[in-house]
Design a protein around this ligand. Structure first.
Ligand SMILES: [Zn+2]
Ligand SMILES: [Zn+2]
Length: 403
């Protein structure tokens, strides 16, 4: 087992020593060269509070503006979540909208909170919804909410799914979700299915609120770990849209990750300096070895502690990947582009065929040709019938009843 990073937790005191030392090493802020530094980022960049705040806001706007995607008066759905990144995002948006200069943000954000914390009891969930509402209102935005379980159960019923106040919630939501995602499926596949449902929910919500864009609050570690998880789940062909700045697989709605370049330390400091308290809830105990996604998150988080530049390297690799746009066929579950069909079987199809030949029971009372035909029929059922699914979705499609 890889032990890099594990020993960090064995020496909690030592972990803080380099930070304290490095702050003392910097006499002046790297940027203005006049104020005393208050924090050190990436173990080398020391900033005073003012320089840190202005460079953080500039980084957000520059990253968003570089794409030139969003035009004046465009409506943007913002997925609001628990934690520092979402709170920073609301603050970036509110302060950008309130500017009077030409740098004022020109688009219209619509904030949506998804009720999906089913490990909490009913009172805790209601309390969370209440706090989410207060937080969103405190930034001068309207509160909108939707139940993840209700959407997963009946995604076509959009008119009855969205609320502008705390809706009635039910103890049965967890059960409803289990009717959609087979509870016997592995945690890795269940996580993968939830990501797909959530993406579809955000896309449908954007259409409901007449938004052309969705902002999601993933930061660098989350994007890097989902990039590696998706690679290992066989979602390699779609990594560029799954982990890039913009997911444009839907023709009408683009999903944008405006915080993709930030790490948690930056946003936690940003919130602290601005006296912002993010939403928090009781976390469920997490075993990092229980799913591919959890393991990748631990792996990338440990990398971030020891070698901060590595996460950016993973992100830059993601930026260099692109989607094969030659095929006009799309996966019916994840809506990603499918590989171009040619006469040759793909490596996945070949492996399935040889697995079938070596594991199926053969009936030796019939001719060899008939035996071959029987195997071929089973192969057709298992592979060709799933040819409207990409490789990764064909692995999970039996465990989800999602329309
Ligand atoms: Zn400064
Ligand atoms: Zn797919």
């Amino acid at each position: 087992m890889c032990s890099i990073g594990d020993d960090i937790y064995d020496h909690e005191e030592e972990k803080t020593i380099p930070v304290t030392k490095s702050l003392k090493l910097f006499d002046l802020c790297n940027k203005c060269r006049s104020e005393k530094p208050r924090l050190v980022l990436r173990t080398k960049d020391a900033y005073c509070n003012n320089c840190f705040l202005s460079s953080t806001v500039h980084k957000f706007k520059a990253y968003l503006g570089k794409s030139h995607l969003i035009q004046k008066n465009d409506r943007v759905l913002v997925w609001h979540q628990i934690g520092h990144p979402s709170t920073s995002l609301l603050h970036f948006l509110r302060s950008g909208l309130d500017l009077s200069s030409s740098k004022k943000l020109q688009f219209v954000p619509i904030i949506l909170f998804i009720d999906d914390q089913y490990h909490l009891n009913l009172n805790e969930r209601l309390n969370l919804l209440q706090k989410a509402k207060q937080e969103i209102l405190s930034f001068g935005f309207q509160f909108n909410t939707v139940s993840f379980a209700d959407y997963a159960t009946n995604p076509k019923n959009l008119n009855k799914l969205f609320f502008i106040d705390i809706p009635q919630i039910s103890e049965l939501d967890k059960q409803k979700l289990e009717d959609v995602i087979n509870k016997k499926t592995s945690k890795t596949h269940a996580n993968d299915i939830k990501v797909l449902i959530r993406r579809q929910l955000l896309t449908d919500a954007a259409k409901y609120y007449q938004c052309k864009f969705v902002f999601t609050p993933e930061i660098s570690v989350e994007v890097a770990s989902s990039l590696l998880s998706n690679m290992s789940l066989g979602r390699g062909p779609h990594v560029a849209i799954d982990a890039g700045f913009c997911d444009d697989r839907d023709v009408d709605v683009k999903i944008i990750r405006p915080l993709r370049q930030f790490d948690m330390k930056e946003l936690a400091f940003y919130n602290k300096i601005n006296n912002l308290e993010p939403l928090s809830v009781r976390q469920k105990s997490l075993n990092p070895y229980s799913s591919v996604q959890d393991l990748m998150k631990k792996f990338v988080t440990d990398l971030q502690i020891n070698y901060p530049a590595t996460v950016n390297t993973i992100l830059r690799i993601g930026d260099k990947l692109s989607v094969d746009r030659d095929c006009e066929r799309f996966c019916s579950l994840c809506k990603g582009q499918l590989s171009v069909i040619n006469d040759q079987l793909t490596s996945h199809q070949s492996t399935t065929f040889s697995h079938l030949v070596s594991t199926e029971k053969h009936d030796y009372t019939i001719s060899r040709q008939d035996r071959y035909q029987n195997i071929f029929n089973v192969f057709d059922e298992r592979v060709v019938d799933k040819e409207n699914l990409c490789y990764a979705c064909s692995n999970i499609s039996d465990n989800v009843k999602f329309n």
